[in-house]
Design a protein around this ligand. Sequence first.
Ligand code: H2U
Length: 352
Amino acid sequence: MDFALRTDDFALLNDYPHRRYNPLTDSWVLVSPHRAKRPWQGQVEKLAPDTRPAHDPDCYLCAGNVRANGEQNPPYEDVYVFDNDFASLLEDTPSAELQTGDLFLARLERGVGRVICFSPRHDLTIPDMEVGAIRKVVDAWVTEYEVLGAKSFVNYVQIFENKGAVMGCSNPHPHGQIWAQESIPDEPLKKQHAQLKYWDLHSKTLLSDYLDAELNGAPGVTARERVLFENEQFVALVPFWAVWPFEAMIVPKRPMARISEMTHAERDGLADAYKQLTVRYDALFQTSFPYSAGIHQAPTDGIDHPEWHFHMVFYPPLLRSATVKKFMVGYEMLANPQRDITPEKAAELLRG
Ligand code: H2U
């Protein structure tokens, strides 16, 4: 394409519709900053505070209770991980590829699904938990990544948390999931291709150079404009290419391909950053902030993957209040993701 102007004057992005490039996934997002200035007549409601008991006798994830398949949870005292009773992937799946010509292709997919209860407390979400208790969640992630990843047929382990009914979470007891499978799914695969290309060119991870620019500035890039906070080991920021209004990333300062490379201090640092970010989220609209979050990291395919720089992503759906959410419909479904509020403005609001 021919451009009338090539510039690193990023101030233009405050006033004009533009597309931003996501170098991690090789994709674009349309940003319409001028629309954020329009008058808003939508309702802004506050939700009644969530009052849940510390233990709910009817919850299938609470300690000592019976799950939907009749199994009883032990009287667990911190993190509890079990095989998903209704897993989407099954270990006992044969290997087969089915193909007719170039148009019909399918493969049987072998895998494992696990559920991770963050604590026995039915009422405490991550922002309510002590950092020491969140550290146990981090430790469980590392163990699951290592144990599941060591299975010969597992090439990728996806750790995630779906929080809030608006995200389709079926149970308010704070929990996450882990899916381990033969193939590398599309999102991490896109990130792998991009990071490998970057590594081959620069002998550095894409995210270490990105963090450096966000923290210290670069031509046209104002230092810390999108940074939310940092601790000794991690930085939390709204990425330049964020799609969801308050999307954020937690990135380790030291390039590590996988969470199992973290030192004890780094595990504490991740637990601290997870808490700090979710506390900010809850404060934004004074609600228990829903999101899908998860870790993207190196596949467990027996290859070294120096190109990978693991990170945690947060995709929250809320836009203006506890009840007004961003819809990914219409243009987003048919063309490209789009946002109004700029990532810089979102970062400013989240910093408080
Ligand atoms: P979500 O709320 O994010 O859907 O996660 C809950 C998971 O817990 C879901 O995958 C599993 C569901 O299959 N589950 C069990 O394994 N046992 C149960 O008794 C109920 C729910």
